[in-house]
Design a protein around this ligand. Structure first.
Ligand code: MN
Length: 227
């Protein structure tokens, strides 16, 4: 094997509740997975199969580290989401087998440059830089799947202590097992992949100096300070 011509990039990891670190390979995100959020974004939730976009693995922010307000936007928005960590890879995974591929769960924030996303939609351009920018994926510790019910649980986001989003995983249009099945028909899932499973309604803007905190019952919390 040839020597590396620059130093190898560091491996992004997410802390776990068991003490070890989960290495992140890729980050997939589901769009419009709660009917009320689909409606608030101007779409009919009954007519849309799940669709996906991605963030780079190094968009991960852990331990409540500060999130620099990103450039090229005047409308940074929060989306609180359940996050699924894939521990066992596979393609064409059946929904009935999907949960056996999960290492664990966390709660995370899909930070979005909403103005860039709106422009991308208008011009029929990719969402990549509206969704996948530096520090766009704050996440809490991963809890092993054993004992977690991924199909229900209150999920909430607060800005400076004020509740802005409050939903329940039971309201997801496509539950975790269906999300994994659908995604694995499109790409081969591998250990280290994370999947953000969509946000309930109530998304909105956040400005420098504000503190985001989120929680998912039975799983954990996430914190991010915008600076
Ligand atoms: Mn999202």
């Amino acid at each position: 094997m040839s020597d590396l011509v620059i130093p190898a990039p560091s491996l992004p990891t997410v802390p776990t509740t068991t003490g070890g670190a989960f290495p992140v390979r890729r980050i997939y995100c589901v769009g419009r997975n709660y009917a009320a959020h689909a409606r608030e974004m101007g779409h009919d939730p009954d007519r849309e199969p799940p669709f996906f976009f991605t963030k780079p693995a190094d968009a991960i922010v852990v331990h409540g580290e500060a999130v620099p307000y990103p450039p090229q936007t005047a409308q940074l928005e929060y989306e609180i989401e359940q996050v699924v960590a894939i521990g066992v890879g596979g393609s064409d995974i059946a929904a009935a087998d999907a949960l056996a591929h999960v290492w664990g769960y966390a709660v995370g924030i899909d930070l979005t440059r909403r103005d860039l996303q709106a422009e991308a939609k208008r011009l029929a351009r990719p969402w990549d830089l509206a969704k996948g920018f530096d520090a766009s994926a704050p996440i809490g510790a991963l809890r092993p799947a054993n004992g977690v019910d991924p199909a229900r649980g209150a999920i909430e986001l607060r800005v400076d202590g004020v509740v802005r989003q409050r939903g329940d995983l039971a309201d997801m249009i496509w539950p975790v097992a269906d999300v994994i099945a659908a995604l694995s028909r499109t790409v081969r899932l591998e250990p280290g992949d994370l999947v953000f499973t969509g946000t309930p309604d109530g998304v909105g803007p956040v400005t420098p100096g504000q503190e985001l905190s989120g929680s998912l019952d039975g799983v954990g919390t996430v914190h991010a300070r915008i600076v």
